[in-house]
Write a protein that binds this ligand. Structure first.
Ligand code: SF4
Length: 395
C-alpha cells in the first residue's frame, strides 16, 4: 500500500520550523535511510520554473530542500546535486539565482540547468504517445532523485504536483513536443521511465486560480511526502478539492501502473487528510474578449486554458487591439466544431486539423502551449517578431 505523509505547521513558518516539518514528514515514512544509502549520488529536482520567490506559491521553498540536503548528508550521500530545467523561454540558473538557490553553492552543492545538460534518447516501452524521449543524462545516471514540487492549479492540466514536475528533466525540444503529442500522455510516458525515489511536496504556500505562475498564493503550511508520485498527487488533488477523474494524467498514471490513484488504497500518515482539505480556486475558464468570437464545441480544458491565457497576455500587451484594428471579425476555434463562421479564423489544437485549409492560421498541439499560440499570431497575423526562440522541436 502506498503511504503519504502530511505535516502541517504555521502558515508563515521560520526556516527552522520548515526544517522540522520536513524531518517529521520523512520520519513518518521511516526515515531518510529508507530512501538514501551511503555513497549514493542524489539529484534533487525542485520546481524553479520561474523567477518568482517561494512565497508567491510558484516555486519550491529552498528551505525545504535545505532540510533534505541535511538529511541526505546524514544518510551519507556521496554527491548531492540540485537540478531544474525551467519552462520554455526561461533560464533555469537565472531563475535559481533570483529566488535564493545560490546559497547552496556555498554549501558545496552543484546547481545545474537540466535543459542544458547532455541528453540521451531513451525508449519508452508501450508509451502512450512517445516511443522514445530525450532526457538529461544526469537524471538517468544518479542513484536517486528526490522530487520537490509545489502544489498548484495549472491552466492546462488542472493540477500540477509530483508527476508533472518531472517534466523538468527533459530538454526544451521534448517539452515542446509534449504539447504537440499530448501533454497528459507525455507526462505519463515520462514517469514510466523516470521514477523519483522520494517526493516531497511544498504546500507551505500553494497556488490557486491561474496557476502555475499567474495564480494567487495560498498559504497552507503543509508538506506532503511519499515514494509513490501518483499517490502523493492523488492526496494532493483531494486536498485541493479535485477528483482524480478530472486530471487526465493522474487517471492514465493509474491505468499504466505508474502508481496508485485510488484514495482508498493510500495510507495517509501524520495529519488527518480530511482536516487538510481546502478546495482551491480553479483556473477561470471564462473566455470573453470584445470583438472576438470563441467557438469551443466539445473542446476540452487544455485548449480552453491555453487560449484564455494567451488572450489575456495579448490583451495586456495591446496585441488584441492590433488584431481588432487589422481584422474586423476574428474567430478563435478549438475543439471538434466545424468552421462555418465568416471572418478571420484562428484554429487552435489538433482537433481543428481537419479545418486547417479553411482557417487563416492553424496552431498545432494538444494543447498547444500558450507561448506558441501567441507567437504564431504575432508572426503570421501581426507581422511581429516572436517572443520565444522556437528552437528545434523533437517531434
Ligand atoms: S487539441 Fe483537442 S483534445 Fe487536445 S487539448 Fe485541444 S481540444 Fe483538447
Amino acid at each position: 500500500m502506498s503511504i503519504v505523509a502530511i505535516t502541517r505547521g504555521n502558515l508563515y513558518p521560520s526556516r527552522e520550523e520548515i526544517h522540522r516539518q520536513v524531518y517529521r514528514a520523512i520520519d513518518l515514512l521511516g526515515g531518510i535511510n529508507s530512501f538514501i544509502k551511503k555513497g549514493e549520488r542524489v539529484l534533487i529536482k525542485p520546481n524553479v520554473t520561474e523567477d518568482h520567490p517561494a512565497d508567491r506559491g510558484t516555486t519550491t521553498d529552498p528551505y525545504i530542500v535545505e532540510a533534505l540536503v541535511g538529511l541526505c548528508r546524514q544518510a551519507g550521500a556521496g554527491e548531492i546535486i540540485i537540478g531544474e530545467g525551467a519552462g520554455v523561454g526561461k533560464d533555469s540558473l537565472e531563475c535559481m539565482e533570483k529566488t535564493g538557490w545560490f546559497m547552496f553553492t556555498e554549501k558545496g552543492i552543484r546547481l545545474v540547468d537540466l535543459n542544458k545538460e547532455e541528453k540521451v534518447k531513451i525508449s519508452i516501452p508501450n508509451g502512450l504517445v512517445f516511443k522514445e524521449l530525450k532526457i538529461a543524462k544526469l537524471a538517468l545516471e544518479v542513484d536517486a532523485i528526490i522530487n520537490v514540487p509545489v502544489l498548484k492549479t495549472h491552466v492546462a492540466t488542472l493540477i500540477t504536483c509530483c508527476l508533472k514536475n518531472m517534466k523538468g528533466v527533459i530538454p526544451y525540444e521534448s517539452k515542446k513536443a509534449m504539447h504537440f503529442h499530448g501533454l497528459h500522455e507525455g507526462i505519463v510516458d515520462l514517469n514510466t521511465v523516470i521514477k523519483p525515489r522520494l517526493n516531497v511536496v511544498d504546500a507551505l504556500v500553494a497556488q490557486e486560480g491561474l496557476g502555475p505562475v499567474s495564480g494567487t498564493p495560498l498559504p497552507l503550511g503543509m508538506i506532503m511526502a511519499g515514494a509513490d508520485a501518483a499517490a502523493v498527487d492523488t492526496v494532493g488533488a483531494h486536498i485541493m478539492g479535485v477528483e482524480v477523474r478530472e486530471v487526465r494524467h493522474l487517471v492514465l498514471a493509474g491505468e499504466k501502473g505508474v502508481g496508485c490513484n485510488q484514495l482508498k488504497e493510500i495510507k495517509v500518515v501524520g495529519e488527518k487528510l480530511e482536516d487538510c482539505v481546502h478546495p482551491f480556486v480553479r483556473p477561470d475558464l471564462k473566455l470573453e474578449f470584445a470583438g472576438f468570437k470563441i467557438i469551443s464545441e466539445k473542446g476540452c480544458s487544455g485548449c480552453n486554458m491555453q487560449v484564455m491565457m494567451t488572450l489575456k497576455r495579448m490583451d495586456a500587451a495591446g496585441e488584441l487591439d492590433l488584431l481588432r484594428k487589422r481584422y474586423s471579425k476574428v474567430n478563435i476555434i478549438f475543439g471538434q466544431g466545424d468552421l462555418t463562421e465568416e471572418g478571420l479564423s484562428i484554429l487552435v489544437g489538433n482537433c481543428q486539423k481537419k479545418n486547417r485549409a479553411k482557417g487563416a492560421l492553424f496552431v498545432e498541439g494538444c494543447p498547444p502551449a500558450g507561448w506558441y499560440i501567441r507567437d504564431a499570431i504575432r508572426k503570421e497575423l501581426l507581422g511581429l517578431e516572436t517572443l520565444v526562440d522556437p528552437g528545434p522541436i523533437d517531434l
